[in-house]
Design a protein around this ligand. Sequence first.
Ligand code: ADP
Ligand code: MG
Length: 362
Amino acid sequence: MSAETTTPRLEIKNLVRHFDGRRVVDDVSLQIRAGQVTCLLGPSGCGKSTTLRMIAGVEMQDTGEIWVDGKLVCDTVFRVPPERREIGLMFQDFALFPHLSVADNVAFGLHGGSKAEKRARVEELLTRVHLINHIDDYPHQLSGGEQQRVALARALAPRPKIMLMDEPFSGLDNRLRDGIRDETLALLKEEDTAVLLVTHEPEEAMRMADEIALMRSGRIVQQGAPYNVYTRPVDRAAVAFFSDINVLKAQVNGALADTPFGQFLAPGFPDGTDVDIVFRPQHVRIDFDRNGHGPLPTPAEGVAARAVVERARFLGHESLVEFRMDYDGGILKATVPNVFLPQPGRAMWLTVRRDRCFVFPA
Ligand SMILES: Nc1ncnc2c1ncn2[C@@H]1O[C@H](COP(=O)(O)OP(=O)(O)O)[C@@H](O)[C@H]1O
Ligand SMILES: [Mg+2]
């Protein structure tokens, strides 16, 4: 492999930042290649923006290094100033210049090159974001979504090596957002930029990211392709970050955990370990009551447990049914595609897909 394919566009190594004695960013390392989108995903306050601001150069790390294309950009001694880092920025309040036309907003960051070259780049980008007809308009004449696209064109105009985006879509209403996300992603890929996108919304990360870095309390707790992070979560909180969860409490005996749904494999746990068996509502199977019986046990789904419908709601693409479980009186959630609205009080039998359960130490 050539150096070009092996050197990451952006690499951060062991970044640490304290505020008031608290480690807000705690040993964060990441690599992003050209044309790749990495999402830094985590709850509010976990240190995402601070990480981004250090990469941008507007915040200084206590320790750690930032490298671009194999060159050191910033450590605790050496520091390339923000304006020379070739980094594009996009935030939620992207604030276009109100007194400049769309064309002048996009041209704002373009330095060097002839007037004609600048104009060509502006026209290229505005065509690409479908706003060429608005080139002489002013920001107040545009909708929120259109302004967002101008901001994207402005950030990309100088051909930044890296785009840093901090919750850039959270100011847009839901229906607009999906379209703009897809368009933005297509443009970023075309420009071959390395993108670090910060978001607290798992759906956004799943939709945009080649790789998700799941962050919690200043640390990256898991990193990988969206599919892998979703289907092989590292702990209970990682499952819960992406969806509702159900949890069964159990104790391990002979590498098996006994539950009202039958036994679950718990390899590697010593006897007596308390474990949480975690599964998502879409992996619960619902069967009808057959004169007081459920389905027979199967190797894949174990034993059925009896429950009574507490309430059922239609959510559009699926229905959410909450069951009160006979075995402990607790609630268990199940989702079913399309419409399924059984009457409250009705008895049913639930099984759990063994291949979609996660066993973690309690
Ligand atoms: N300039 C600052 N001074 C003091 N505390 C800060 C400062 N910036 C951020 N923090 C704190 O650091 C933590 C992480 O903040 P931030 O990086 O903005 O999180 P996120 O973007 O994930 O919501 C928060 O608790 C926040 O209050
Ligand atoms: Mg933030």
